[in-house]
Design a binder for this molecule. Structure first.
Ligand SMILES: NC(=O)c1ccc[n+]([C@@H]2O[C@H](COP(=O)([O-])OP(=O)(O)OC[C@H]3O[C@@H](n4cnc5c(N)ncnc54)[C@H](OP(=O)(O)O)[C@@H]3O)[C@@H](O)[C@H]2O)c1
Length: 283
């Protein structure tokens, strides 16, 4: 049994990991009791808890809000990630840190990114750049960290794309959804299982992409979510991203491929199957 500390255990992924059936001992850390931007409190808490593994899911995840709060986004996504890596290294704890497909600029249609591709989103959103800075800080401070990149995370909670689509469909009775942004959805329970597999397989340090198999557009993803929840009759219109006003500009083609996990025999099912599973929980 390994003592694993999940940072951000009240969030979408954190909750799923924290409730996952496992023989490991799971500890949690989150706001408001603990703010990871307080470096000395974090160092003290880690020394007290003595985890063998730390999974960091905590982040400033509101991509649009980050545009207006770059200092806070950098403090959480980059600086705090770096402190964590340093304290884990000092304690001899392994660090599994969650990152994003948005570290890639996704400028080329049809391109898919594996773990050997160089992140290149240096002109992207504040969120994207702060997450990339976090990856770099972690690699600087921790020799054995695993950086896990995911995209379009969804779960049985309310704060995710398909859940918001269903809520908006029920509220407005018709939808307009961006059809020229592509990605690989990641179902939190499948991701949690894959992360515990990485831990149990003692996967070597490095970068891992962990997304459900396949790719889709926001529009097709939304359409499938409506169909699977019995809302296939609700009109949905495809629009270009230029018609959807938002503060941040996400990459349009940052589609991840799980090459490293596949090499270890870790596979995530196709996103359509995961979405069908998710739809069972929707009324
Ligand atoms: N959601 C996606 O589509 C997506 C896509 C790609 C990558 N990711 C990455 O996946 C990870 C998990 O995402 P998620 O959707 O599960 O995020 P989430 O639901 O926003 O959960 C993050 C958790 O971290 C907490 N937190 C934020 N700042 C903190 C701080 N300073 N100290 C301690 N805890 C703090 C949050 O608390 P509050 O709620 O109180 O702020 C929340 O409980 C993140 O690293 C994110 O960047 C997510």
């Amino acid at each position: 049994m390994t003592r694993i500390l999940i940072i951000g255990h009240k969030g979408q992924l954190g909750q799923t990991l924290f409730q996952f059936p496992t023989n490991h001992e799971l500890l949690g850390m989150d706001l408001p009791e603990h703010d990871i931007t307080d470096a000395s409190a974090t160092q003290y808490a880690l020394r007290d808890m003595r985890p063998q593994i730390v999974i960091n899911t905590a982040a400033f995840t509101n991509v649009d809000a980050a545009e207006a709060q770059p200092d806070l986004a950098y403090r959480i996504n980059a600086l705090a990630a770096g402190y964590l890596a340093r304290f884990c290294e000092e304690l001899g704890a392994s660090l599994y840190h969650i990152s994003t497909n948005e570290v890639f600029d996704g400028a080329m249609p049809g391109r898919r990114y594996d773990e050997w591709d160089q992140p290149d989103n240096t002109h992207g959103s504040v969120y994207a750049r702060s997450k990339l800075a976090g990856e770099n800080a972690i690699r600087f401070y921790h020799s054995r960290a695993r950086i896990i990149r995911i995209s379009w995370l969804f779960s049985r909670g309310k704060q995710n794309f398909p859940a918001k689509i269903v809520a908006a469909a029920d509220k407005y009775g018709a939808l307009r959804v961006v059809a020229d942004e592509f990605g690989a959805p990641t179902y939190a329970p499948d991701l949690a299982a894959a992360i515990f597999q990485l831990i149990d397989f003692k996967a070597p340090p490095g970068i891992y992409h962990l997304v459900n198999e396949g790719m889709t557009s926001r529009y097709e993803f939304a359409k499938e979510a409506l169909r699977l929840t019995g809302r296939g009759h609700i009109p949905i219109t495809p629009i270009p991203h230029t018609e959807w006003q938002r503060a941040a500009t996400p990459p349009l083609h940052a589609v991840l491929v799980n090459r490293m996990a596949a090499a270890l025999g870790i596979q995530l099912r196709p996103w359509q199957d995961a979405l069908a599973d998710w739809a069972q929980s929707v009324e």
